[in-house]
Design a binder for this molecule. Structure first.
Ligand code: CP
Length: 327
C-alpha cells in the first residue's frame, strides 16, 4: 500500500527513532494507551504530520479498497466523525452504527463478541465506543480485524483521544520535561486516564492531578506512575498549580458528582484564571465542554482545544494506515 510522504520529526522530539522497534512493532488493536512505546508514538506523529499535507491537498485514494466500521454504543461528535472523515480522506469507505444500543442486534440480546465477529467479516477495521470498561478489550479478543477503542465505559480509557492530545503538545514543544495539570473528574475521566499513561512514557514529566478529593485519579494509574518512577501530585486547589505548569488539561466535572455549583466553579477556567497561567502555557480540553471552560478563553493564543480536535483527524488517519498496512 503506498504511503503518503512523511515529514521529518523535530530533532529534539525523536527519541528512539533509530530504535530497531521503529516500524518493527505493527499495531494489531488499539485498546489502551499503555501499549504505545515512544518509538511507536514518534512513528505515529511523523505520519500525522504527513497526513496534514495529505488533507491539505484534498486527501488520497490509497485505501479505496478498505472499509471501516464505526460501532458506537454511546454518543459522540468528534471521535466518530473524525474517524469517518479520516477514512474518507484516505479514500476508504465507512459503515456506521451511531446508536448501536438501539439500532444493532444488541436490542435482541446479541453480545458484543458476536457482533464483532460478524462486523469483522464485512470490514477491515472496527472503531468501537462501548458502554462497559472492558468492552473494547472483549471486542479485540475475538475480532478478525483491528479494533480501535473509541472510549469505553465510564472509567475506562480513550486512547486515541490521548494520542491526539499528546500530538497537540508535540506540535508545540518537546515532550520531555513537561509539567502538566490534569483537572476534572479524574476517577472516571477516560481521556485523563489515557493521557496520564502516555505522558508517563517521557522523561522528567510531572503531573498534577487537580480534582475534588472524592473524584481523584484512581490507584491503578497512581500505582503505574510509581512503578515507573513518574512524578505526580494530588491537588484539590487549582490556584496552587495553575501558574506553574506548561500544559493545562481541563476536563468536565458532572454536576451530579459534586455537592453544589460552587465546587464546579472552583475548578473552572475563565479569562481571570488564564491571566495567572504561564505566558506560553498550552490549554487543552478533549471537549465537549460545559461550565468548566469559559468561552472567554477561546480567543487566547494559548487555547489549543479547537486545533486539538482538528489534529484528531490527522492522528486518526495515521493510526488507520498503521493498522491497515500490516494486513
Ligand atoms: N473528545 C471526545 O471523545 O468527544 P466526543 O464524545 O464528541 O467523541
Amino acid at each position: 500500500m503506498p504511503q503518503p510522504t512523511i515529514a521529518p520529526a523535530k530533532p529534539n522530539q525523536s527519541p528512539g527513532l533509530d530504535s530497531p522497534l521503529r516500524g518493527g512493532m505493527p499495531l494489531k488493536h488499539v485498546v489502551e494507551s499503555q501499549q504505545f512505546t515512544v518509538p511507536l508514538l514518534m512513528e505515529l506523529f511523523e505520519r500525522s504530520r504527513g497526513m496534514e499535507r495529505v488533507v491539505a491537498r484534498g486527501g488520497s485514494l490509497d485505501y479505496q479498497n478498505r472499509i471501516m466500521t464505526t460501532l458506537f454504543y454511546a454518543p459522540s461528535t468528534r471521535t466518530r466523525l473524525s474517524f469517518e472523515a479520516a477514512m474518507h480522506r484516505l479514500g476508504g469507505r465507512v459503515l456506521s452504527t451511531e446508536n448501536a444500543g438501539a439500532f444493532s442486534s444488541e436490542v435482541e440480546g446479541e453480545q458484543v463478541e458476536d457482533s464483532i465477529r460478524i462486523i469483522g467479516s464485512y470490514s477491515d477495521v472496527i472503531v468501537i465506543r462501548h458502554l462497559e470498561d472492558d468492552g473494547a478489550r472483549r471486542a479485540a479478543e475475538v475480532s478478525p480485524v483491528p479494533v480501535i477503542n473509541a472510549g469505553d465505559g465510564k472509567g475506562g480509557q480513550h486512547p486515541t483521544q490521548a494520542l491526539l492530545d499528546l500530538y497537540t503538545i508535540y506540535r508545540q514543544r518537546p515532550l520531555d520535561g513537561l509539567s502538566v495539570a490534569i483537572i476534572g473528574e479524574l476517577d472516571k475521566g477516560r481521556t485523563a486516564r489515557s493521557l496520564a499513561y502516555l505522558l508517563a512514557k517521557f522523561d522528567r514529566v510531572k503531573m498534577f492531578f487537580v480534582s475534588p478529593p472524592q473524584l481523584q485519579m484512581k490507584p491503578d494509574i497512581l500505582d503505574y506512575l510509581e512503578e515507573h518512577g513518574v512524578r505526580y501530585e494530588l491537588e484539590s486547589d487549582i490556584d496552587r498549580v495553575i501558574g506553574e505548569v506548561d500544559v493545562v488539561y481541563q476536563t468536565r466535572i458532572r454536576p451530579e458528582r459534586v455537592r453544589d455549583v460552587t465546587d464546579l466553579r472552583s475548578y473552572a477556567i475563565d479569562s481571570t484564571v488564564v491571566q495567572r497561567m504561564k505566558a506560553d502555557a498550552l490549554i487543552l480540553h478533549p471537549l465537549p465542554r460545559t461550565v468548566e471552560l469559559d468561552k472567554s478563553v477561546d480567543a487566547d493564543p494559548r487555547a489549543m482545544y479547537f486545533r486539538q480536535a482538528r489534529y484528531g483527524l490527522y492522528v486518526r488517519m495515521a493510526l488507520l494506515t498503521m493498522l491497515l498496512e500490516t494486513r
